[in-house]
Ligand binder design. Structure first.
Ligand SMILES: N[C@@H](CCC(=O)N[C@@H](CS)C(=O)NCC(=O)O)C(=O)O
Length: 96
């Protein structure tokens, strides 16, 4: 018998990272949308990962979560705040 074959069924969201807090209900809603879409989304915890909150404030302009960091293929970066906007963006870009 050969080695077990592992196939990822997740949909990678390359270039995307979600700044979030485990304590934030708005973040939970976005995470539920990401899970429903079966998205493999990089998560950056602003409370428990050193430097993340500062990164968010410097890059996005404020420390509010959730915030989706979107890096385009050309290297340009957008920071999207507001859970409703992020949820809508994820659904528009990753619904199959
Ligand atoms: N309208 C925003 C509200 C987000 C919000 O209030 N986030 C809180 C955490 S639950 C926060 O980051 N507060 C700290 C701050 O604004 O710097 C949304 O829907 O995303």
């Amino acid at each position: 018998m050969g080695p077990p074959v592992s196939i990822s069924t997740k949909q990678p969201a390359r270039g995307h990272a979600l700044y979030y807090s485990q304590l934030c209900g708005f973040c939970t809603r976005v995470l539920q949308v990401a899970r429903a879409l079966n998205l493999e989304l990089e998560l950056r915890d602003v409370d428990f990962e050193a430097g993340r909150r500062q990164e968010l404030m410097t890059g996005g302009g404020k420390g509010q979560v959730p915030c989706l960091r979107i890096e385009q293929a050309d290297g340009s970066v957008n920071w999207m705040y507001e859970s409703a906007d992020i949820s809508r963006y994820l659904q528009q870009h990753f619904s199959s």
